[in-house]
Design a protein around this ligand. Structure first.
Ligand SMILES: NC(=O)c1ccc[n+]([C@@H]2O[C@H](COP(=O)([O-])OP(=O)(O)OC[C@H]3O[C@@H](n4cnc5c(N)ncnc54)[C@H](O)[C@@H]3O)[C@@H](O)[C@H]2O)c1
Length: 283
């Protein structure tokens, strides 16, 4: 999608760290931004923060795991603003820890938000992109979509699913002749938003800032790049993880510290924005 100007962009999980940074970048590219998030409180905080940066974002409360909520969000977006040209599937959650120590409901919630949410949103909003003169689908996966992530097994596997889904849709759209709709899959290592509080980034890397990542994502849309792998080490991850013999790639992962990076995960501090977490606590 080389020309972004005047596009209407819908960002799920838009009240969170990466979602907000993306809102700023898209607004700077003269796009209209709609933030959708499960947490109305965090949405209004995000909106207030963005307005201090001169960004006027629209907001929509939405649980991406609910098919009926997604359908009615589609109707609401059309009624209030009109069809979108860019969908960013960014909402995501993580529950780290040894597999058996994490309650099963949390593992399943991870798949619901990270995988089912992406499929539901794409199913509802892709038709908008197809009828537009230009459109773009962005799926926020993760570097863990290429590797095993001890102490984050359901999170990593949910991102393997996003990566496979996103790449398949991209190729399917090409096969169907929809060249005017681009698809970008975003695979960052750790980003400083609080979601991965407590983790230790792999050797020779640091937490990315959400702003740096957002800039790369918007640049990728402009050049219709299908994959964003950040930082530099992640650019080599697909080869290191899959082209080398298993034992050697395990050894490298141990050497770089990726194997134990999640061992001390704590996640968002209590005042954080993970409303799904709060909902689970209430169950
Ligand atoms: N932070 C990282 O290190 C990192 C690394 C790689 C990939 N990612 C991915 O980037 C995306 C954004 O992450 P972030 O770091 O900004 O996290 P974040 O926790 O700051 O933001 C996530 C947002 O998603 C919202 N959300 C949760 N469940 C939802 C639901 N059911 N419906 C709608 N919204 C929901 C939350 O309220 C929150 O505002 C996620 O998909 C995450 O997996 C993050």
């Amino acid at each position: 999608m080389t020309r972004l100007q005047n596009s209407r962009v819908l960002i799920t999980g838009g009240a969170g760290g990466i979602g907000q940074a993306l809102a700023v970048e898209f607004a700077a590219a003269d796009c209209e931004v709609i933030l959708a998030d499960i947490s109305p409180q965090e949405l209004s905080r995000a909106r207030a923060r963005l307005s201090t940066q001169g960004v006027a974002a629209e907001t929509l409360t939405l649980d991406v795991t609910s098919a009926t909520a997604v359908e009615s969000a589609h109707r609401e977006v059309h009624a209030r603003w009109g069809p979108i040209q860019v969908l960013v599937n960014n909402a995501g959650i993580v529950h780290g820890g040894p597999f058996l120590d994490v309650p099963i409901e949390r593992h399943l919630a991870t798949y619901r938000v990270n995988v089912e949410g992406v499929v539901l949103m794409t199913h509802a909003f892709l038709p908008d992109l197809l009828v537009a003169d230009r459109g773009h689908l962005v799926n926020i996966a993760s570097a863990s979509g290429y590797i095993g992530l001890p102490f984050g097994s359901t999170y990593a596997s949910s991102k393997w699913a996003v990566l496979g889904f996103s790449e398949s849709i991209r190729q399917e759209l090409q096969e169907q002749g929809h060249e005017h709709v681009g698809v970008t899959t975003v695979c960052p290592s750790y980003v400083d938003t609080g979601m991965f509080e407590g983790v230790k980034p792999p050797l020779l890397t640091r937490f990315l800032t959400p702003e740096t990542l957002a800039e790369k994502v918007v640049d990728a849309l402009r050049s219709n790049q299908s994959l964003v792998l950040e930082p530099w080490l992640v650019k080599m991850t697909p080869i290191l993880a899959h082209a080398l013999p298993g034992k050697l790639s395990d050894r490298l992962s141990q050497l770089f510290g990726a194997h134990r990076s999640m061992a001390h995960w704590t996640g968002h501090r209590p005042q954080g924005s993970d409303a799904s977490e709060a909902a689970l606590e209430e169950e």
